[in-house]
Structures are given as structure tokens and as C-alpha cells.
Design a protein around this ligand. Structure first.
Ligand SMILES: NC(=O)c1ccc[n+]([C@@H]2O[C@H](COP(=O)([O-])OP(=O)(O)OC[C@H]3O[C@@H](n4cnc5c(N)ncnc54)[C@H](O)[C@@H]3O)[C@@H](O)[C@H]2O)c1
Length: 276
């Protein structure tokens, strides 16, 4: 099933790294004109990361999704330069681990600001372009943590749960305009976010070992596997799909005992002091 996006303008927030970058690459390979947004400096990303040649065709735009005036300016720029927006992938996000009463206020606010308010701002200012076109597709990045709760991620769980329900609301409100709105809900995906989690559980070997034990498919996911789902949901192949929250989670949320088993694996590995 080849999906093409020739001449489509695709905006991706958090598009320089991880899931966003993998998605940008696939959209480019499918013929789209990609505008990747993020807080990293593009030149910095380029020198740190061995980006493939085809990625040269993407446009980089430095954008903080929490800053309303910046998002407004970006929307004007996009309208002036491209005159349209066919796909919006609201993917920027951060994760902090803390139980609620130990979460610093600044950290709570930042999580909600980026993971939820960022989607509000970017959608608010790009939707008018889609409404004018009478068509468009939006994909928001939720998480398995937006459906079920993980220990300690209080702000993250709250933000991703809100994203899942906001997605349903947007699907209803914009269906009359020909705009479909869906979400992807990744499980553990091997990006910097996953690597950050490794530090908390005793290293990458421990995390990979534990993930392999708990995930029905026996491993963490890859950014490209989330990108596949995003391209599908953004395409006409998903023309009757809106308001859904598509799990890309290796089956972990299908498994009633997964969380319990994961805690056991983590405790066992840490008590033995093994690297997996
Ligand atoms: N990796 C996982 O296991 C996993 C699981 C579930 C959901 N997710 C979600 O996937 C999305 C992408 O995460 P990732 O795993 O690729 O990690 P990542 O850290 O590589 O990507 C996060 C991106 O968010 C961007 N970002 C952060 N703050 C921003 C801001 N203020 N303005 C604009 N951009 C900002 C960063 O530039 C970065 O590109 C996030 O929403 C995350 O919550 C990841």
C-alpha cells in the first residue's frame, strides 16, 4: 500500500528528533513538502545528527509551541509561503517523572504547556488554513499513558489523557469542514525520551531487558513504526477514520498484568545489580 503526499504541505512539531524526525523523513519520501518545527537550533541538529540527504529538502523552523505570538507568526509565514497546510502532526512533548506532591510547579506547568497547550496554539492558528481549503488531517501525539496511568508520571499522564479527549472533540467540531483529527498513542519507543527513562531504571540494558520481558512483541518500538501510523492516519486511506487514538504499543495495553510484571522485572534486576 503506497501512500503518496505529492504537493501536500505537512507541518510537524518536534520534527527534528525522535518520532517527529522519522515521520518527517517518511513524509519527504512520500513526496510531501515538510516544515519541521522545534526548539532545537537547526544547525545544531544538523551537526549533531547524521541526517540523510533527502532530509535536506525539509524546511526547518525554530518554534516554541508554548509561545502564542511565535505560533501566530509561524501561521502567517506558512500562509504567505505555502498558502496551505494539508497535514499537521502535533508531536512536540516532554516527559518528567514525579509523583504529584513532589512535582515542582514549574515542571507541572511546563508539561501541560508543551504537551497540551502547544497543541491548542498550533491547531488554533493553522486550522483556519484547513477550513479555507475545506480539507486537512491532524494527528496529535498522545501516549499509552493517555489511556492508562504509569507510576510517577502524574503531569505527563494528565497531559496525554487530555490530548486523547481533545482529539475526539476536535474530530467532532471539524468534521463538517472535511478535517479529520486522530491521535497516535505510542508505547515505549526508542528515542531520547526512552533513553532518558533508562537512567531511572539502572541503564539501557536493564530497560531493554525489562521491556522485552513485558511487551508482548518482545521489544520496544522504533520511531519509524509510529511514523507508519501517522502517515496512514494522515492519508486518504484513512478517509473514514476520525476521533481515534491509535495505539502503537507492541500490545502492552492489551495485557492486564503488564504493569505489575514490569515492576517485578525492574525490582529483580535492580536487586541483582545486573545490567540485564
Ligand atoms: N518515546 C516514547 O517512548 C514515547 C511514548 C509515548 C509518547 N511519546 C510522545 O512522542 C512525542 C515525541 O517524543 P520522542 O519520543 O520523539 O522524544 P524527543 O525528545 O526526541 O522529541 C520531543 C520533541 O519535542 C520538541 N519540543 C519540546 N518542547 C518543545 C516546545 N516548547 N516547542 C516545540 N517543540 C518542543 C523537541 O524539539 C523534540 O523534537 C512526544 O509527544 C512524546 O510524549 C513518546
Amino acid at each position: 500500500m503506497e501512500i503518496r503526499f505529492d504537493n501536500h504541505v505537512v507541518v510537524i512539531t518536534g520534527g527534528f528528533t525522535g518520532i517527529g524526525k522519522a515521520t518527517a523523513r517518511q513524509f519527504l519520501e512520500s513526496g510531501a513538502r515538510v516544515v519541521a518545527c522545534g526548539i532545537e537550533r537547526p544547525d545544531q541538529i544538523r551537526s549533531e545528527d547524521n541526517l540523510s540527504k533527502e532530509f535536506d529538502q525539509a524546511e526547518y523552523y525554530e518554534l516554541d509551541v508554548t509561545k502564542e505570538s511565535e505560533v501566530q507568526a509561524f501561521a502567517s509565514y506558512l500562509e504567505e509561503k505555502y498558502g496551505r497546510c494539508d497535514v499537521l502532526f502535533n508531536n512536540a512533548g516532554v516527559l518528567y517523572a514525579n509523583i504529584l506532591h513532589e512535582t515542582p510547579t514549574e515542571q507541572w506547568m511546563r508539561t501541560i504547556d508543551i504537551n497540551l497547550n502547544g497543541i491548542y496554539f498550533v491547531s488554533k492558528y493553522l486550522l483556519p488554513l484547513m477550513i479555507k481549503q475545506g480539507r486537512g488531517a491532524i494527528v496529535n501525539t498522545s501516549s499509552m499513558s493517555g489511556l492508562l496511568a504509569d507510576h510517577t508520571y502524574s503531569a505527563y499522564n494528565a497531559s496525554k489523557g487530555a490530548v486523547a479527549n481533545l482529539t475526539r472533540n476536535m474530530a467532532l467540531d471539524y468534521a463538517p469542514h472535511g478535517i479529520r483529527v486522530n491521535a497516535v498513542a505510542p508505547g515505549s519507543i526508542r528515542t531520547s525520551m526512552y533513553l532518558g527513562f533508562a537512567d531511572r531504571v539502572g541503564g539501557l540494558d536493564v530497560l531493554d531487558y525489562g521491556t522485552g520481558k513485558v511487551y508482548p512483541l518482545g521489544r520496544p518500538g522504533l520511531p519509524e513504526e509510529v511514523a507508519n501510523a501517522v502517515l496512514f492516519l494522515s492519508s486518504d486511506k484513512a478517509s473514514f477514520i476520525t476521533g481515534t487514538n491509535l495505539l502503537v504499543d507492541g500490545g502492552i495495553t492489551a495485557h492486564t498484568g503488564a504493569q505489575h510484571e514490569w515492576e517485578e522485572v525492574r525490582t529483580l534486576l535492580q536487586s541483582k545489580g545486573t545490567g540485564g
